[in-house]
Structures are given as C-alpha cells and as structure tokens.
Design a protein around this ligand. Structure first.
Ligand SMILES: Nc1ncnc2c1ncn2[C@@H]1O[C@H](COP(=O)(O)OP(=O)(O)OP(=O)(O)O)[C@@H](O)[C@H]1O
Ligand SMILES: [Mg+2]
Length: 259
C-alpha cells in the first residue's frame, strides 16, 4: 500500500450547484499536501469528497474519479464507511465528545467500527494513539477526565488521536489550527511533520506560512466569481509554488495581493 490518491475530472455538486469543477490531482503517499485558496473556492468541499463525507449532505454528489492506490473510492462495491475509516478527518473546531472521558474519546471511532477489543488492547491503543498525537505525557494521569477538560490545542490533538486510533491511511485536516493559539498551532504542525512518515496528509489552510512550513506539495484553488465553480489552478512542490508559481493568480494569492 502506498496510499496515493489520484483524482481525475472530478466535479462536485450540491444539488444543481457545481461547487468544484474538473479537478485533476495526484496526492502523493506519505507527504503533506496543502490546499490553499480564497474562501468559497471549494477546498472543504473537495476535501470531503476524498473520504465520501460529501455525499452525506442531501442532494450532494460527485462525478469523475478518485482512486486510492488504483482502487476507485466511489466503486459500486466500495462501502463508504470503509473509506471513512481508511481516510480519517480532523475538523476546524476540535470536536471531542465533551462528557466522554479522554480515553473513551480516543476509542470512539474504533467502537463505531464495531471492533471488539480486550481491556488491555484498549489501554494499549489509547496510549499508542495519544503518543502518536503528542498528547500522552499531558494526559496520562487523567485519562478518565472528560474531553472538555482539555485546552483547545489539547482537544485538537485528542481528535487527531481519535482519528489515528482506527489506523487510517490518509488524514484529511480542514484548517486544523484555525481555532488554536500559536503555541498549539506549532504543536500540531510538528505533529503533522511526524505523522506524514506514516500517513498521507491533506491539509486545508488559510495560513501561507503554515502551508510553506508543513507541506511538501501545495495545490491552489480559485474561483472566478460568485456562483462559479472552484477550480484547481495549479499544484507543485511547495517550494516551487511559493518561489515561482506559474500562474499570476497563484502569485497574487500567496503574496496577499488578492481581492
Ligand atoms: N452544504 C452545502 N450546501 C450547499 N452549498 C454548499 C454547502 N457547503 C458549501 N457550499 C458551497 O460550496 C462552495 C464551496 O464551499 P467550501 O466550503 O468548500 O469553500 P472553502 O474553500 O472551504 O471556503 P472557506 O475557506 O471559507 O472554508 C461555496 O459556494 C459554498 O457556499
Ligand atoms: Mg472550508
């Protein structure tokens, strides 16, 4: 398994509204790919197509292809629940279950997948996932406390622990630091650098410095105007995108000369 994703001619609709059009993109395995672009250009929409979360919205649908390691994520015989386990997601606002304990939060996704585990295996998975999310040392003495007893940055790392506990291959992150202070943001960025040795990571960010710091490749989406579909304008190695993009629109966006 290489966990590479190949998207071709992807159109994404909300009912009759074409929100994202004609995306062709390769997301390399075990790298961090940043999605950037102005508000409303369809970054979140596109991201959610990669784990079949888009289609849970009534009327929402997808045309085109998204392959993971050559396997069609939208194949007729593919269970979307399986796709969501293989392709985990972390959201903009940390969303732990507030009254559930820290340990149970980590196990929540695993339980959803109906995996039966012994107490010992559960404890081990909790520790491994919390270590993986760089949170273990901060919470190991209070695993029974509620998820809401953690700081925002800790809650986001708890959500990352919950996401990796189900052993995904890909992690989608939609502005995972936008609700966090600079220190917590750096902690998450460090974590992304570590996680990408094991997972393919796709991160949406409005922070250009963050895209430059954490990602190997960057994709710039843009929108021609209200009601028009978002499109992928260009994608390249992050260093190239930030030093010598091919498109003027990319240059304008990354240098803050936008809109
Ligand atoms: N549930 C929905 N139903 C209908 N239209 C939607 C829905 N969610 C998003 N849209 C529309 O799809 C387009 C793309 O939205 P999306 O949220 O993907 O943009 P984005 O690039 O993530 O923006 P932001 O940077 O503000 O998060 C917008 O026109 C938006 O209004
Ligand atoms: Mg968004």
């Amino acid at each position: 398994m290489s966990n590479r994703i190949d998207v071709s001619d992807l159109d994404v609709y909300y009912g009759d509204f074409l929100a994202v059009q004609g995306v062709n993109m390769t997301i390399e395995a075990r790298q961090a790919t940043a999605l950037i672009g102005p508000s409303g250009c369809g970054k979140s929409t596109f991201l959610r197509t990669l784990n079949r979360m888009h289609e849970v919205i009534p009327g929402a649908r997808v045309q085109g292809k998204a392959l993971m390691d050559g396997q069609d994520l939208y194949g007729a015989d593919v269970d979307p629940v399986t796709v969501r386990r293989l392709v985990g997601m972390v959201f903009q606002r940390p969303n732990p279950f507030p009254t559930m304990s820290i340990a149970d939060n980590v196990l929540a996704g695993v339980r959803l997948n109906n995996r039966r585990m012994s107490k010992g295996d559960q404890q081990e998975l909790v520790e491994r996932s919390l270590r993986g999310a760089n949170l273990w040392n901060e919470v190991k003495d209070r695993l029974a406390r509620p998820g809401s007893s953690l700081s925002g940055g800790q809650q986001q790392r708890l959500c990352i622990a919950r996401a990796i506990a189900v052993k995904p291959q890909v992690l989608l992150m939609d502005e995972p630091c936008s609700a966090l202070d600079p220190i917590s943001t750096l902690a998450i960025e460090d974590l992304i650098a570590e996680l990408k040795s094991e997972y393919t990571i796709v991160i949406v960010t409005h922070n250009m410095q963050q895209a430059a710091r954490v990602s190997d490749r960057t994709a710039f989406f843009n929108i021609a105007g209200t009601g028009k579909p978002g499109r992928l304008i260009e994608m390249d190695d992050t260093s190239t995108m930030f030093s010598s993009p091919r498109e003027q629109a990319t240059e304008d966006y990354i240098s803050g000369r936008f809109g």
